[in-house]
Design a protein around this ligand. Structure first.
Ligand code: GTP
Ligand code: MG
Length: 199
């Protein structure tokens, strides 16, 4: 899929103020610093359309990007960032929760996981929550450039084995590197197919 245009539309903390839900939408979620904003920039081939930082907690709002005038990519705040106050953490939870539950045009939510780390309870909790709420998800293992190929294979296997203990079927899984532009075509093609099958 060709990216012809990409523009920032709006940033807010309330799903009711998001753009009209009249176009397919894909959201990116995961722990702070996992690389959500960087991946959006990589997919859209725009250096700093989504704001990134070496410090966790950079994205704190729901950010809509309009692509090809036809669909939205949404950059979300990270979950489970321990340095913010308890109340802020709760509100991240509530903002994300309400957005995911109520956004009727959400075609797929990508759950980002750092390929260097073992499956973490908070991620498995989120995946379980999505599964029970019938929220369509796909998994993206990020920062693939940080590991050697045998280590990557081991990590992918560990994620698969862990998930297969909980479910009979695995969600779609992708391996990406925003740094080395790995996995771009795979993720974009998946989105394209998802939009076409949605009609
Ligand atoms: P929050 O907005 O805080 O939730 O974080 P985020 O998930 O949006 O992460 P962000 O894209 O801001 O990236 C966090 C850090 O990881 C930055 O220093 C990025 O440069 C780095 N990073 C992101 N993706 C990759 C990658 O594929 N490879 C490498 N080596 N670094 C990456
Ligand atoms: Mg971010």
């Amino acid at each position: 899929m060709l990216i012809k245009s990409a523009e920032f539309i709006i940033s807010n903390t309330d799903y009711t103020r998001c753009p009209q839900p009249d176009k397919p939408e894909f959201a990116f979620i995961g722990r702070s610093n996992v690389g959500k904003s960087s991946l959006i920039n990589m997919l859209l081939e725009r250096k700093s359309l989504a704001k990134t930082s070496v410090k966790p907690g950079k994205t704190q709002t729901i950010n809509h990007f309009l692509v090809n005038n036809a669909w939205y990519l949404v950059d979300l705040p990270g979950y489970g960032y321990a340095s913010v106050s308890k109340s802020a953490r709760f509100s991240f939870g509530k903002m994300i929760d309400e957005y995911l539950k109520n956004r009727i045009n959400l075609t797929c939510t990508f759950v980002l996981l750092d390929v260097r780390q073992k499956p973490q309870p908070i991620d498995l909790d989120f995946i379980t929550w999505a599964g029970t709420g019938e929220l369509p998800i796909a998994l993206i293992l990020t920062k693939a450039d940080k590991l050697k190929s045998n280590e990557l294979a081991r990590s992918v296997k560990l994620y698969e084995d862990t998930l297969l203990k909980m479910w009979e079927e695995l969600p779609p899984m992708f391996l990406t590197s925003a740094e080395k532009k790995v996995g771009r075509d795979e993720v974009l093609n998946f989105m394209d197919t998802a939009m076409k099958s949605r009609g």
